[in-house]
Each structure stands twice: as structure tokens, then as C-alpha cells.
Design a protein around this ligand. Structure first.
Ligand code: NAI
Length: 222
């Protein structure tokens, strides 16, 4: 395996594919598979073998011709490329239905991430703990906590009208990346990377596809 310096910029599409590849490698590693060819990887997980080779080529030379990729080695290298070889603290703001579910979910407390606190403006919730024991704190104390506990990622699970002010609070508390679940697009802030997630858009997409197929089966002129 020959490594090279990562490129200055990596496209969103590549990052997404690397995540999918890493997910596949985790499965294979769990099954104690030692080596696998890009062809086998592609067939098993519905990936594209030429694309895998192209994506990986941006970061070095991986795999041995005729043998394939060494699974544990490639997994470790990908984790390092994606910054997942350390644990990043996550704060979730908004301790309602969604915020508590996210804070307690295994996916948000897996390799690379740990939800260390929930914050809310509702004083009645402050002082409690989530189902798995994540402490629930007053959002007004966010900046004070920044001095004690560095969190790099903030998750927004607040109503849309609170997003802008909470995002600024997080930025001022040193948070460098925000995942916003509220149904309003948060623009990137200076020095803060932002991702907006709205599952309703997927629902609407499904509805659109159903509407198209409904139109195809509906009798003409009906
Ligand atoms: P919820 O009403 O159960 O919880 C919202 C929480 O935010 C409450 O605990 C409230 O006290 C707190 N809050 C309000 N203003 C705040 C502020 N300025 N600072 C800190 N905390 C504050 O709502 P739910 O169901 O948990 O949804 C949360 C957000 O996530 C909503 O914006 C909702 O539309 C959105 N959502 C997005 C989804 C997605 O696919 N992206 C899916 C489901 C919900």
C-alpha cells in the first residue's frame, strides 16, 4: 500500500462513496474476510469496481494486482482518510423527540462519534438525562461548557425559527461542523461546515415517483 497526500478537495459524491465503501469493509472485517478484489466488493455490495479504484487512487495505491485489497488495512486507511480514526464529541441541541432519539441512537455513538450532551431551552428538561444517560443541559450554558468539553460537531433538532440563533451559539462555542435537521436551510457560517438533512424531501421524492407511475396507469382522459 503506497499512501499519498490527500487531494486539496474531494467531491461530495466521492465522500459519499467512500462512506459506503467503508461500511462494506466493516461488514467484511466482521466476517474476518482477509482480502477481496474490487470486482468481488462491487458485486457483493452493489458498488462499481472501476469507481472504487478511481476513488481510492486519489489517496494512494491500495491493493495488490491479482490478490485484491487487504480488508483490515484498507478499512484502517479509509478511516484515517475520513478522520474517523479518533472520537469526536457531538452536542445535540433540542432535546425533543428527534434530539433524544438521535442522542441515544447507536449510529450517532458509533466508531468516530460520541454524543456527550443534549441542550435545550426548556428549563423543565434541564438536569434530566436521556434514556441512555446523555445529560440534558441548559442551552444558555453552552459557551461555559465549551471551556470544559470540546465538541466539534453540533446537531440541530430545534424548531426552524431557532436554527439561526442556535447555530451562532454553537459557532461561538467552538463547534466546527453542524448537522441541521430543522426544515430550514442553514447557510454555511465562516469556519463552520454545515449539512442540512430533511427526510421529508425523500418522502416527497417517493410521492413524486408514485404520482408519475399513477399517471402512467391512469386511463387517458379520465
Ligand atoms: P420537539 O418539539 O419534540 O423538540 C424540539 C425541542 O427543541 C424542544 O425540546 C424545545 O424545547 C427545544 N427548543 C426550542 N427552541 C430552542 C432553542 N432556542 N434552544 C434550544 N432548544 C430549543 O420537536 P421534534 O419532533 O424533536 O423535531 C425537532 C426538529 O427536527 C423540528 O424542527 C422538526 O421539524 C425537525 N425534524 C426533522 C426531520 C428531518 O427529516 N430532518 C424529521 C423530524 C423532525
Amino acid at each position: 500500500m503506497i499512501e499519498k497526500d490527500p487531494p486539496e478537495s474531494v467531491s461530495e459524491a466521492t465522500t459519499h462513496r467512500l462512506s459506503l465503501l467503508l461500511r462494506s469493509l466493516r461488514v467484511l472485517d466482521g466476517e474476518k474476510v482477509g482480502t477481496i478484489s474490487s470486482q468481488q466488493l462491487a458485486e457483493r455490495f452493489g458498488l462499481n469496481s472501476a469507481q472504487i479504484r478511481k476513488d481510492l487512487a486519489q489517496f494512494g495505491e491500495f491493493g495488490v494486482r491479482g490478490v485484491g485489497y487487504h480488508v483490515p488495512e484498507l478499512k484502517a486507511r479509509l478511516k484515517s482518510v475520513m478522520g474517523l480514526d479518533r472520537v469526536r464529541n457531538v452536542w445535540v441541541v433540542g432535546a425533543g423527540n428527534l434530539g433524544q432519539a438521535l442522542a441515544d441512537s447507536k449510529n450517532f455513538n458509533s466508531e468516530g462519534f460520541r454524543v456527550v450532551a443534549l441542550f435545550d431551552s426548556d428549563r423543565r428538561k434541564v438536569g434530566a438525562r436521556s434514556r441512555t444517560g446523555v445529560p440534558l443541559r441548559d442551552v444558555a450554558t453552552l459557551k461555559e461548557w465549551a471551556a470544559k468539553e470540546k465538541a466539534e460537531i453540533g446537531v440541530l433538532a430545534v424548531p426552524a425559527d431557532a436554527v439561526a440563533s442556535v447555530a451562532l451559539l454553537l459557532r461561538d462555542a467552538g463547534v466546527r461542523a453542524i448537522l441541521n435537521f430543522a426544515p430550514i436551510t442553514l447557510a454555511p457560517l465562516p469556519d463552520v461546515v454545515v449539512k442540512n438533512v430533511d427526510l421529508t424531501l425523500f418522502l416527497e421524492n417517493l410521492s413524486f415517483q408514485l404520482a408519475k407511475s399513477d399517471a402512467g396507469t391512469r386511463p387517458k382522459g379520465g
